[in-house]
Design a protein around this ligand. Structure first.
Ligand code: PGA
Length: 253
């Protein structure tokens, strides 16, 4: 348990990577998730939707499994889309929403992400709502303003620790090997915490805030040690069991 009393969460975002044979990576993660690690940190793997059913069957209750997006409607004429209820039906308990790649490539707005988070809650999923500034926005001194407005616009009314996690992922840190320094991470996470407690009072203190963007075993301990960082959202390094477990081990005493 971290010093703020929240159980840390290390979540792997596999993005559009993985085939049926990738179940072997999950098996490696499961076998390395020792009792001491499990008592220190919760693990979540979000594979492509094609692997969700196989992964949730394999992971059982040891490791949580989640989706990477969900449509805001329960069902209907939305060719190619998948609803939160469908993810839940496959054994998912989490869903990543509003990742910067979806904000950029699919033009997802805060309103749409908020509607998706409401649908996720309705389906019994915990939404991981992603926020983060671009390089241009940081260089223009607008990082805090951008993140605040994304948090305000994307996190739905009535959010609780049970149905919501927020992930701060500076766009310029994703897949680049660059990370903000600890002071910058602390500043943004403090701001997010403030927005959440302002709006949700006590419930806002229990919502976990993850850091994401080039988290590796080598920098995990420093990043995870920052105040109000309650875990990590990991892309590239989550595809390699030893790296993903190495990041989780940052939480061992
Ligand atoms: P990265 O991706 O760890 O490969 O930088 C993080 C993410 O996109 O969630």
């Amino acid at each position: 348990m971290a010093r703020d009393g929240l159980r840390p969460l290390v979540a792997g975002n596999w993005k559009m990577n993985g085939l049926k044979s990738s179940v072997s990576v999950l098996d490696e993660i499961l076998s390395g998730y020792s009792d001491d690690l499990a008592s220190a940190v919760e693990l979540l793997v979000c594979p492509p939707v094609t692997l969700l059913h196989a992964f949730s069957g394999r992971a059982g209750s040891a490791i949580a499994v989640g989706g990477q997006d969900a449509h805001q409607s329960v069902s209907g004429a939305y060719t190619g889309s998948v609803s939160a209820e469908m993810l839940s039906d496959l054994g998912a308990t989490y869903v990543i929403l509003g990742h910067s790649e979806r904000r950029a490539h699919h033009r997802e707005s805060d309103d749409e992400i908020c509607a998706k988070a409401e649908a996720a809650r309705h389906a019994g999923l915990t939404a991981i709502v992603c926020v983060g500034e671009t390089r241009e926005e940081r260089e223009a001194g607008r990082a805090l303003e951008i993140v605040a407005s994304q948090v305000d616009g994307s996190v739905p009314d009535g959010a609780t620790a049970h149905d919501t996690v927020v992930a701060y992922e500076p766009v310029w840190a994703i897949g680049t090997g660059l990370t903000p320094d600890a002071a910058d991470v602390a500043e943004v996470h403090a701001l997010i915490r403030h927005r959440l407690t302002d709006r949700f009072d006590e419930a806002g203190t229990g919502i976990r805030i993850l850091y994401g963007g080039s988290v590796k075993p080598q920098n995990a301990r420093e990043l995870m040690g920052v105040a109000d960082v309650n875990g990590a959202l990991v892309g590239g390094a989550s595809l390699v069991a030893a790296d993903f477990l190495g990041i989780a081990r940052a939480y061992l005493p």
